[in-house]
Design a protein. Structure first.
Length: 234
């Protein structure tokens, strides 16, 4: 509504009734208009093509004015990669992305290796973090390369896992193994190899290293060795 209290006109394509739009391309073009009212979006959801077309369903759910109850109904019906596209859409509200991420993560045990590799490479931060724990090293290694993966997510995963494959991969990763917070997480993990633990320990200030080892789950002999090495440094 403008400053004079007059409702602005929708573009000509957007002002049509959804029932008048007979093909997928026209409906997709209509959904490109960000100013469609919720009533029009509800009408589109009842169109036969909205039920049949995955593209229309994703575009409708991703529209910023689509009512929440309708979005939740749509995403329950999404295929795996439709869910992925929905979670990455910039117009989708954060809480709805979390719902979709949760649905996608719940499916991971039942999707194929190829699908998990694609999700690990292109999925959201939450999905990539979940796939760090995948039983296939190809998947977890691919997730480590996901540009959306955060340092905090890697640290959290290292604190929850005793999987030697992931620990070994992070220990030697050219990006993650250089981060101080991740090195501290690795020094707390019981499966970090002694040689890498020694390298990471030497890079930490002595007071910080003592604090880390105090809460570490490394084997006692490893912790004792690192502490003795610390005394030699002093």
């Amino acid at each position: 509504m403008d400053s004079d209290g007059i409702q602005p006109e929708l573009p000509a394509a957007a002002s049509k009734s959804a029932a008048e739009v007979l093909n997928e391309d026209a409906l997709l073009a209509l959904l490109q208009h960000r100013d469609l009212p919720p009533e029009t979006l509800e009408e589109i959801s009842r169109h036969a093509l909205a039920v049949k077309s995955r593209k229309i369903s994703v575009a409708l759910a991703s529209h910023p004015h689509t009512p929440r109850h309708l979005v939740l109904r749509l995403i329950r019906q999404f295929h795996t990669f439709d869910l992925m596209r929905f979670t990455l859409h910039p117009a989708v509200a954060a809480d709805l992305k979390r719902v979709a991420d949760g649905q996608l993560i719940a499916r991971l045990a039942s999707v194929t290796l190829g699908e998990r590799l694609t999700l690990a490479r292109r999925g959201s931060q939450a999905v990539a973090a979940a796939l760090l724990l995948d039983k296939e090293s190809r998947v977890s290694n691919t997730a480590l390369e996901n540009s959306r993966l955060t340092e905090a997510a890697v640290v959290k995963t290292l604190s929850r896992t005793n999987g030697s494959t992931l620990v070994e991969a992070v220990c030697h990763h050219p990006k993650w193994s250089l981060r101080q917070e991740i090195r501290m997480a690795l020094l707390r993990n019981p499966l970090t190899p002694l040689a890498r633990a020694l390298e990471f320990a030497r890079a930490l200030p002595p007071p910080l290293l003592r604090d880390v080892l105090h809460t570490s789950h490394l084997p006692e002999r490893t912790k004792a060795y690192l502490l003795s090495n610390l005394k030699e440094r002093k």
